[in-house]
Design a protein. Structure first.
Length: 572
């Protein structure tokens, strides 16, 4: 017996030495006198693979733990020989596929005979449940050996049987200890340095978000994603009368982000062969438009040069009072847009942004599918994307919870007027959808990830042309089919859309590699005194899309994308 205990003590010392070397080097680095290829940058940095010295230190615990377990098993076997006739016990054969290494590790750590017997009984039951049931099979013969108290056909109580048992258990235990120790060593050696990839900087996101209401915007909510991480925040007031605070989950009118949904529905029809991108609209809706050369693609990327019906709806700020209670038909909106006059020839570049294009697409969807466009978009886009809080409105009222919507119409209303209750029939498939910031991120992640349309269709949607926000605007956006791109100062592009309705504005963008997303909504629009808040809003967007590890997120100039600006005249 003494020799076995000596073996156990010696292996325990080896194990302790090996573990000590590993933990010391992983925590404090390697002394210069021992530095033979291991790289460590100080406390908080993990070691990376060096030369033989590191392998020696790493293997010491593996060998030590295996030796200790082997010693325990052999001592228990020796105790078994000296004991009285053993109870009828089914000893497991090796490690079956259904017997875990963790179970064998627990078995090897027992140091008394009674515990060993109990563990062997438990392991044998697991082996029986995983073994074959045919008596002629190898697994069946092993099962019969277990029931008869034999090991490999040899009686268990014989010396030869005990030796075979010890050999099988030793093989299983050493294998298990080696696997577990190797996993531990790998985790220590290959861990990523603590300073790499900060992910979401929640503090910076919170700070930049809180600057927005300080700059005059009443309230803002934001949903930011980086890979699998998500951050949601809100700041400011949802209701300036009661002081009710903003919440990240509030429903919001997203304006022209609706166009991305409508374009997705059209592209799904294109994939099914029911609509042709370069087919004239005249083919589907004869006599609707004044120029038969206008194609479906021209509607989607705003190169049709149809006039924007907004210019006919809103000529003075008081027109908003009429709009908020009036029900508009799609045909009426198209007639208004055509009456505004064309901004160029079909296909001419740059294009000019016009809501009329996406109302024509609504009639196209209805003609091809036989469904109301809003119903079809809900069935073919919103539901497949899993958007539980996204819908077309059926009434002038927002679903709860929601913020109130305010605008001063560039200083005409002082203080800004509440336009929360508003009939959105004038927006329809160009700008009426209600959603949440979290749903918007989910939608663009599904769209740009190729889950709503094919990669071929997505490539078509990303073919951009220059589009002006309005006729005579100084700069153009790179507009595709229902989405447009931003060139980020930190490098790369982001895809998405902005949206603006009476009293609410929205931005939703996803980087081209799908790693970062941000969606934001505010409840005050067209208010000159809120310009500092708009600058802070742009900084928050940039922080979300670039991350604070990028110098550009702190220093580069960046302005809010602004395609969806209503042509409302100022008070002057």
């Amino acid at each position: 017996m003494a020799s076995w205990f000596v073996l156990m003590a010696a292996t325990a010392c080896v194990n302790a030495l090996g573990l000590g070397v590993v933990f010391w080097t992983a925590s404090f680095g390697v002394p210069d006198s021992m530095n033979t290829g291991i790289t460590a940058d100080g406390p908080g940095r993990r070691l990376f693979l060096g030369d033989e010295t590191w392998w020696t230190a790493s293997l010491l615990p593996v060998v030590g733990v295996g030796a200790v377990v082997a010693g325990v098993v052999l001592v228990c076997v020796r105790l078994r020989v000296a004991a009285a006739p053993a109870p009828k016990l089914a000893v497991p054969y090796g490690v079956e596929n259904q017997t875990t290494v963790a179970r064998m590790w627990a078995l090897a750590s027992l140091t008394d005979k009674a515990g060993l017997v109990a563990a062997l009984t438990s392991s044998a039951r697991a082996c029986r449940s995983a073994s074959g049931r045919r008596r002629g099979s190898a697994s069946g013969r092993r099962r019969d050996d277990l029931r008869a108290g034999r090991v490999g056909g040899v009686p268990r109580n014989s010396v030869k049987g005990l030796i075979m048992l010890a050999r099988k258990l030793l093989t299983a235990v050493v294998a298990g200890s080696a696997i577990l120790a190797a996993v531990t060593a790998t985790a220590t050696v290959t861990a990523i340095p603590a300073t790499a990839d900060p992910g979401l900087d929640r503090r910076a996101l919170r700070q930049t978000l809180e600057e927005v209401p300080k700059g005059g915007v009443y309230g803002i909510y934001s949903d930011v994603r980086y890979r699998r991480q998500e951050w949601r925040g809100a700041a400011g007031r949802a209701d300036v009368t009661t002081g009710r605070p903003m919440r990240p989950d509030m429903r919001h009118r997203v304006g022209s982000i609706t166009k991305s949904f409508t374009a997705t529905a059209v592209m799904r029809l294109v994939e099914r062969g029911r609509v042709g991108l370069d087919t004239p609209v005249e083919t589907y809706l004869p006599g609707l438009l004044p120029d038969p050369r206008i194609t479906v693609r021209m509607l989607l990327n705003h190169t049709s040069h149809l006039g924007d019906y907004d210019e006919a709806l809103i000529t003075v700020p008081e027109d908003l009072e009429t709009m908020r209670v009036r029900q508009y038909s799609k045909q009426e909106l198209i007639t208004l847009g055509v009456g505004v006059g064309k901004t160029g020839e079909p296909g001419q570049l740059p294009g000019v942004y016009s809501n009329t294009n996406y109302i024509v697409l609504a009639l196209l969807i209805t003609k091809v599918t036989g469904e109301e466009a809003e119903d079809h978009i809900t069935r073919s886009v919103i539901r497949p994307a899993g958007l539980a809080n996204t819908s077309f409105p059926r009434t002038p009222y927002l679903p709860r919870p929601h913020a109130r919507a305010y605008t001063s119409v560039f200083g005409y209303f002082d203080p800004p007027r509440d336009y929360t209750v508003f009939n959105m029939s004038w927006g329809s498939t160009a700008g009426a959808i209600v959603s949440t910031m979290s749903d918007l991120n989910r939608f663009y992640r599904a769209l740009l990830g190729g889950k709503l349309v094919s990669q071929a269709s997505l490539a078509q949607m990303k073919q951009t042309v220059p589009v002006l926000p309005g006729e005579g605007a100084p700069s153009a956006a790179d507009y595709g089919l229902g989405i447009f791109s931003l060139n980020l100062p930190c490098g790369g592009k982001a895809w998405g859309h902005d949206g603006g309705v009476i009293g609410m504005a929205t931005n939703s963008f996803t980087t081209e590699n799908l790693q970062r997303q941000v969606s934001t909504g505010v409840n005050l629009t067209w208010h000159p005194a809120a310009e500092p808040g708009e600058v802070a809003h742009a900084r928050h967007l940039l922080t979300a899309l670039c991350g604070t590890d990028q110098p550009a997120a702190k220093s580069a100039p960046f302005t809010l994308p602004n395609l969806d600006t209503q042509p409302v005249p100022s008070r002057s």
